[in-house]
Design a protein around this ligand. Structure first.
Ligand code: FES
Length: 141
């Protein structure tokens, strides 16, 4: 695990933050700014919403940079009840909502749930996933 990964907890749920894969979609800061405020340190304040609301928000994180586990359970991928929806983000990735399996060219499979961001600009160092590089190259399309 990267040493840049940070964890925040309210005793019930632990939020795991991996800045290296954040695509700065900022859904968290826009939808729940009392908890996720990039201008504050620490930027995640677990006292500003209940566990259910924090978990609901984390499930919307398109890059997987934010994840969570319940403190009384092991970290796990959770299937979500959702229709599969594909959304093209202007100047950014393709977002896929729902449970999917991604098969790589070497035959490995990775299961994803909630929201997955796939690179559309070609500059990601973590293909097929978006790693935020579209901002650096000023991708338009
Ligand atoms: S679309 Fe985000 S890195 Fe390519």
């Amino acid at each position: 695990m990267s040493d840049k990964i940070k964890k925040y907890t309210n005793g019930e749920v632990t939020v795991v933050w991996n800045p290296e894969i954040c695509i700065h979609a900022a859904f968290c800061a826009k939808d729940l700014p009392k908890v996720f405020n990039p201008k504050k340190r620490p930027w995640v304040n677990m006292d500003e919403a209940n566990t259910e609301r924090i978990v609901e928000q984390i499930k919307k994180c398109p890059s997987g940079a934010l994840s969570y586990y319940m403190n009384n359970e092991e970290e796990k991928i959770e299937d979500v009840q959702a229709e599969n929806i594909i959304e093209v983000v202007k100047d950014g990735p393709v977002l896929i909502y729902g449970n999917i399996t991604i098969k790589s060219e070497n035959g490995t499979e990775k299961k994803e749930s909630k929201v997955t961001a796939l690179c559309r600009c070609g500059a990601s160092n973590n293909k097929p996933f978006c790693d935020g590089a579209h901002k650096k190259i000023n991708f338009q399309g």
